[in-house]
Design a protein around this ligand. Structure first.
Ligand SMILES: NC(=O)c1ccc[n+]([C@@H]2O[C@H](COP(=O)([O-])OP(=O)(O)OC[C@H]3O[C@@H](n4cnc5c(N)ncnc54)[C@H](OP(=O)(O)O)[C@@H]3O)[C@@H](O)[C@H]2O)c1
Length: 265
């Protein structure tokens, strides 16, 4: 079986975010990694590893992003894409009452779908086509969410400022559809596509929109898992390594939960 190698390039979006940093630091030990980010200067400071190449990326500028990804695929042999970026902000309805179904605007709905579905779809289309042309049996991973399979429990948010908006689960459900579609239509080229669906991973390390800074809320989240704890990005690394490697050569079209048992009960 072929071993992972630095001759193989893996593209990861959302480079400087909570998951992105851990994913890239881990993957750069065995692959060449292209880190997609809105801020290549910040990303270059974060990743001093020479196996990391930082490239500018915008989930909302599809033409520019497609052109940049096409160039990456010309310059390197891309064996994997991890669609990890997502716009957690008020623009997509996070942590604001305007993200609720009663209030959400068309603009916020559109932003949720652009960021959560169209951006990753354009990336998968561009990178997947290059894999087909170069005859590379690569692996595409869409970072979904357990909220692509179950809805957020409304009781979690009682009396809280944090809110998971309606667009999020809709976008993550849609990306699971993309996973199955790509698995079907590009299976004949040996290209595999899977969703990884994390459970609850509140950011406990940096200031972000995804960091509740509310211990009581974190306890509510923890109590919804069978392992009695929230996740840390390190909990995802094994699954991502597996899906990018030849060890998972017969796994495709799947939605793989990494959720501490949240969706088991
Ligand atoms: N944390 C959780 O609890 C959790 C649970 C389930 C699923 N997920 C999924 O896991 C993925 C990563 O989440 P995370 O917790 O790491 O979130 P995060 O810390 O907010 O990181 C997301 C990253 O996406 C990139 N991004 C945001 N807006 C962008 C835009 N307009 N164009 C290009 N890139 C943009 C940014 O990277 P740059 O700053 O480098 O541009 C940002 O740091 C997401 O797909 C999320 O839905 C997270």
């Amino acid at each position: 079986m072929t071993q992972p190698s630095k001759q193989r390039t893996i593209i990861v979006s959302g480079a400087t975010g909570y998951f992105g940093r851990y994913l890239i630091e881990d993957l750069a030990q065995i692959y060449h990694v292209v880190a997609l980010t809105r801020d290549p200067a910040k990303s270059a400071t974060m990743f001093s590893n020479p196996n990391v190449t930082c490239v500018e990326y915008d989930l909302y500028d599809h033409e520019k992003s497609a052109a940049r990804l096409k160039k990456v695929c010309q310059d390197f042999d891309v064996w994997g894409l991890v669609n990890n970026a997502y716009d957690f902000s008020e623009k997509t309805g996070f942590n604001t009452p305007s993200g609720r179904i009663e209030n959400i605007s068309i603009d916020a709905m559109r932003a949720g779908l652009e960021s959560g579905v169209l951006g990753p779809m354009v990336a998968a289309q561009t990178v997947g086509l290059a894999m087909v042309e170069k005859k590379i049996p690569g692996s595409i991973i869409n970072i979904s969410s357990m909220y692509g399979s179950v809805a957020p429990d409304r009781r979690l948010y009682d009396g809280k400022k944090v809110l998971n908006p309606v667009t999020y689960g809709v976008a993550k459900t849609a990306i699971n559809g993309l996973t199955r579609y790509l698995s079907s239509f590009w299976g004949e080229y040996g290209i595999r596509c899977n969703s990884v669906a994390p459970g609850t991973f509140p950011n406990v390390e940096t200031n972000s929109f995804n960091a509740p800074k509310d211990d009581e809320f974190t306890v509510r989240l923890k109590n919804k898992t069978t392992l009695d704890r929230v996740g840390h990005p390190r909990d995802l690394l094994g699954m991502i390594r597996l899906l990018l490697s030849d060890e998972s050569s017969y796994i495709t079209g799947q939605i793989l939960n990494v959720d501490g048992g949240w969706t088991a009960i």
